[in-house]
Design a protein around this ligand. Structure first.
Ligand SMILES: [Fe+2]
Length: 273
């Protein structure tokens, strides 16, 4: 590692220590380094993340969270009734684990920038959906970027161009891909092979630098009635008739690597520490 990266790792260790998110020593030899620039961040085959040999405390999200997070605007699922029945029978699978604000929130130019590390647990929900996130609308002045670190993911994006053209697309992403969520768009993520680790960076223009506040994130607007179902090794997009009428047929996604060419080697790490 370069001396600058070593210094940044030390600062990050102090930050994570101060937040109390470093727990017991990691008991695994089967490790994958998540960031070339900082091999202290690792993931085990069972989806445990650790820093500097200590397990990271994560916020877990289960199927029951997916069903309830939207309040009176609940998330659309392929088969909500079957999902609820599974929970009632005592099966409430883990969908993902997040380390919120894994780097210190900071101001860059006119933006407040935050970064989460999210580890998706592989599996399939009733109705054939791969394990997934809850889905939410981004704010118009919010740029969100996903960097895919391990596993294979797909995500669905629904939004409107500045010219008013509506679009729906899904995109399959692999390690090394970096994608941006269009401004103001709705999006939801699915894990096709995992554990799948995603580095999730969010920049809010003119926003105050704050820690994550996710209370309102799932209730900004009604969720979109679209989801992905497994189809062999791939997935297919399934919309409700109302959604198809409102947002149209799926369109080709942008390339999953167009943003990568704009990034300097190591920028994902250095921009956030
Ligand atoms: Fe998001």
């Amino acid at each position: 590692m370069r001396a600058a990266d070593v210094d940044q790792c030390k600062r990050l260790l102090a930050y994570l220590e101060s937040r109390g998110v470093l727990a017991a020593p990691l008991q695994s030899a089967d490790l994958v380094a998540l960031f070339d620039e900082c091999p202290s961040f690792v993931l085990t085959a069972d989806g445990t993340s650790a820093f500097d040999g200590r397990t990271l405390l994560t916020t877990p999200r289960h199927l029951s969270d997916l069903l309830t997070a939207g309040g009176d605007q609940p998330a659309h699922l392929a088969d909500r009734r079957a999902a609820q029945a599974a929970i009632d029978e005592g099966h409430d699978p883990l969908l993902y684990r997040a380390v919120r604000d894994v780097f210190p929130p900071r101001a860059i130019a006119d933006c407040s920038v935050r970064a989460d590390l999210v580890i998706y647990e592989p599996g399939t929900l009733p109705g054939g959906e791969p394990h997934r996130s809850i889905g939410h609308w981004n704010l118009l002045p919010q740029l969100e970027v996903f960097q895919f670190l391990t596993g294979r993911m797909a995500f669905v994006v629904v939004g409107e161009t500045a010219g008013g053209r509506r679009f729906v697309y899904f995109q399959v992403c692999r390690p090394g891909d970096t994608v941006a969520v269009p401004l103001g768009a709705w999006h939801v993520s699915y894990v096709l092979d995992g554990p799948a680790a995603v580095f999730n960076i969010s920049a809010n223009l003119n926003g105050p630098v704050t820690n994550s506040n996710h209370d309102d994130k799932y209730r900004r607007r009604a969720p979109v009635g679209v989801t992905l179902r497994r189809r062999g090794e791939s997935v297919q997009l399934v919309s409700t008739p109302d959604t198809q009428q409102a947002w149209g047929d799926p369109v080709q996604p942008p390339r999953a690597d167009w943003l990568t060419g704009w990034l300097h080697t190591g920028s994902r790490w250095q921009a956030c520490t």
